[in-house]
Write a protein that binds this ligand. Structure first.
Ligand code: ADP
Ligand code: TRP
Length: 338
């Protein structure tokens, strides 16, 4: 069975855009792949400065993924920081990546554009190297990611091929992964722009039903009267509904086009469909979130399994680079000395 891996940065409590755009599709892949999903806490450290926030978000993310259907017995769920081999591999990869490649990175260039006259911290610059190590450490075949991560995957493939070429002598040392980039449109937020934690337009995933309904009633709509026929495609509430459940969205589209069905009705129908999907998850989430010890146990068991794979990969890399001689060689040396 092939391996699918993805990393989730613990920089906020997940919202509906994360769920529809990343979590739900990644969990679908778990049916066909051996899945490794990890919480990229050291990547988050490039921006998160409050240790209490870091801790909280790690647990929020872990509980969200399990509540959304991740089976911790089947999927390997762990914290990036629990597998220190990732830093060792990152160094090896860094020695094969030209700094010019890093200066062309999106995040690096974004930082310069937004902070004139300043340079980013080295973590921001080095971000793509650690991400390549995250992926290559676990012999990953496929990586489900958003479009914004495409460049990182290209760099990962590039450096894996370079390691194989420079150190492999014809034998592949690292698996060259493929990206899986969904073609679903971005999930819009309350204002119709991309749903994002920083825009303040997000729909929280596990808010109590009453609060969820209140938030949904804030989705911006046109001001046509109730009787008027309406265009579903251009409305945020219909676009959200289509991403959630196409069947409900088809019905909603017919009703909107026919007239006599207001935006308030559409929002109520969307709320009911959403609450139907999220309601049971919300309960599981609350239970899990209240038990950090249990979450730690899930994460520790995932880390153990992830580390086994990581050690194997690092053994191959160390042998190939000459950093450590194979164990068989060491044994031979000991025997000769005796
Ligand atoms: P945010 O944009 O709120 O900061 P992140 O950048 O942390 O969210 O995104 C985490 C994951 O969720 C990524 O895989 C990203 O592609 C996905 N994602 C975030 N927002 C959306 C959205 N509005 N629509 C679809 N996917 C999204
Ligand atoms: N950079 C990714 C993001 O910002 C998170 C991430 C870190 C990741 N390591 C990864 C994603 C490895 C996929 C594979 O969303």
């Amino acid at each position: 069975m092939k391996t699918s891996l993805t990393g989730i940065k613990p920089t906020a409590t997940p919202h509906l855009g994360n769920y529809l755009g990343a979590i739900r599709p990644a969990l679908k892949l778990a049916e066909r792949f051996h899945t490794f999903y990890f919480i990229a806490d050291y990547h988050a450290l490039t921006t998160v400065r409050d240790p209490a926030d870091m801790q909280r978000y790690v647990y929020d993310v872990a509980a969200t993924w399990i509540a959304a259907g991740l089976d911790p017995d089947k999927t390997v769920l762990f914290r990036q920081s629990a597998v220190p081999e990732v830093f060792e591999l990152a160094w090896v990869l860094g020695c094969l990546i030209n700094t010019g490649q890093l200066e062309r990175g999106h995040a690096y260039k974004d930082f310069l554009a937004k902070n004139e006259g300043h340079k980013p911290n080295a973590g921001v610059t080095y971000y793509p190297v650690l991400m390549a190590a995250d992926i290559l450490l676990y012999d990953t075949d496929v990586v489900p990611i958003g479009k914004d991560q495409k460049q990182h995957l290209e760099l990962t493939r590039d450096v894996a091929e370079r390691v194989n070429h420079v150190f492999g002598g014809g034998d592949p040392i690292l698996v060259v992964p493929e990206a899986i980039i969904g073609d679903a449109p971005l999930v819009p937020g309350l204002d119709g722009e991309k749903m994002s934690k920083s825009r303040g337009n997000a729909i929280p995933l596990f808010a109590p039903a009453k609060k969820l309904r209140k938030t949904i009633m804030r989705i911006e709509t046109g001001s046509e009267p109730l009787e008027a026929p309406k265009d579903p495609e251009s409305s945020t509430v219909w676009q959200l509904c289509r991403q959630l459940t196409p069947a409900v969205a088809d019905e909603m589209a017919d009703k909107l086009r026919a007239g006599g069905y207001g935006w308030g009705h559409a929002k109520q129908d969307f709320f009911e469909a959403l609450d139907h999907e999220l309601g049971p998850m919300r309960e599981t989430y609350q239970e899990l979130r209240a038990d950090e010890e249990q979450l730690d146990l899930f994460l520790a068991s995932g880390a153990e399994r992830a580390r086994n794979r990581a050690r194997n990969t690092m053994m191959r890399v160390r042998e190939a680079t000459g950093i450590r001689r194979p164990l068989s060689d060491l044994r031979r040396t000991v025997e000769i000395k005796k």
